[in-house]
Structures are given as C-alpha cells and as structure tokens.
Design a protein around this ligand. Sequence first.
Ligand SMILES: [Zn+2]
Length: 285
Amino acid sequence: MPELPEVETIKEDLKELVVGARIDKAEILDLALVEGPSPEEFVRRLEGRLIVDARRRGKNLVVGLDSGDAVVFQLKIGGQLLLVPPVEVPTTALILVLRLDGDRRLFLRDETGFTRARVSTGEELAAWSVSLGPEPLEAEFGVEYFRGKLSSRRARIKPLILDQEVVAGVGNIYADEALFDARIHPRRKANTLSADEWAALHRAIQNNLRAGIEHRGTTFSLYRDVLGRKGGHQEYLKVFLRAGEKCLGCGGKVVREKVGGRATFVCPACQREAGLEGEQSLLFG
Ligand SMILES: [Zn+2]
C-alpha cells in the first residue's frame, strides 16, 4: 500500500520520465476510478494537455497540467502507474491508459480496485491541500507542533498518527516501524506520552520515512515504481509483517495485534503497553 515513501518514489520517476510529455489520449477503463468531475469531463481536461509537473501531498500523487488543472491520484492499496515502454504492456486490472506523445503509454492498474483520481482546478487543489496535516519531512512538522496537537488527546497513539489531518503521509507500515523505534506501544493513549517519548516518536517517524524513500519504498506484493520495479525497504523492516519472528531489539517475539481496526505489529517487551505514565493515567485519568 503506497504510503509517503512509495508515492514519493513514483513522483520522482514521473518527474524524470513523464513531465514535459503531452497526453494525446485518455481512456478510462473503469469508471469507478473517477471521483470528479464526470468521466467525460475528466477525459476532456486531460487530452491535448502537457504534463508540467509531478508532486506529492501526503500519500496523494498530484500531476500538474499546462491548463492549470491537476490530476490527483490516490493509489490506496494497490494502485500502480507504469510507463510503457519499457515496462511490458500490462493486460489485467487496467483502469486508465494515457497515450503520450512519442508513442509511450502510462498505464494505471489496480488489482484491488480502490484507486481513485480526480481533476482539480488550482483553486480546488489549494483548498484540499490546506485540509490535510503538515508534510512530515518538512519544517512545519516540528516536534512542538506534533506534541501540541496530540498530547491532550485520550485516543490511542497509532490511529492518531495515521490521521492525515494530523500528519499527511504516514500509513500502517511506517507507523508500526516508528512506534517500535520509539519503544511506544501503539495502544498507548496520547496523553500518557512523556516529552521524551514525543521527541523519540517524532524523530522515528521522520527517520523511517527517509529510510523508506532511500530504499525506493516497501514492496510486499503490489507496490511497483513507474518502471515496474519493486522497492527495497521490506528488507529493513523491524516489526511490520514479522509476527512470530525474533525482535531485533530484545530477542523476544514480535506479535500481531489489532489496534484501531488495523493489523499492528509490536514487540510487547520493547513496547510496554502500561508504562509509568500509563499507570498514572489509570489513577488520575
Ligand atoms: Zn523487543
């Protein structure tokens, strides 16, 4: 599932390979893709336009056109954007085909069917961007912001860092990895974290996202870059999808639990659920 590092990788690929190209033809193969406007208008606003930039906002991919419009893609669980050639022509799960000048084609495919896209004006794009939280690797996401935003909340910490209005781009994989690095149990209530724990978690979120970008994303099964290549960060994961395996911190066992409805990987020895602060909150909370 593409999170910030995966979408960042795709965005960089598009900048290198596709920016400057003209969209000669746009074919929608699955109407469920289009969130807005109508599929006919979606096609009309793409065809004949030059792709002038590729950006990322949180987990969303933003492809800018010379008209001032932008196509916003949410790749959700299994969305793939593949440039053909040189990638072999995909034949299954196609939802959108963009024919570019120079006889190239950009294929959007998704076996899971959750990918969505919309065409937005510059104004619509700006309003939407403001509704999202800060970018975790930019200065606006400071530790003071992070702690100030959440430290009075009684909700569990993991769902809060997955909330795209708190910070935009963190998903299930990097949340679990960051919580492990910070030695914080995903079920801890935000208002029980100490100042040191907020600082450790802030640092861990940034470090894990940076490492994910450096390794060009995490591939378990579906994620691919624009040239069809897998990411490499799965080799570096410490807890995610490692249930039953040895904890790299203490030698104990990583377990799989459910937190906020999401599969969650945790070392119960390294990430104590009821620390000192947890016990205090039971007394005073
Ligand atoms: Zn451990």
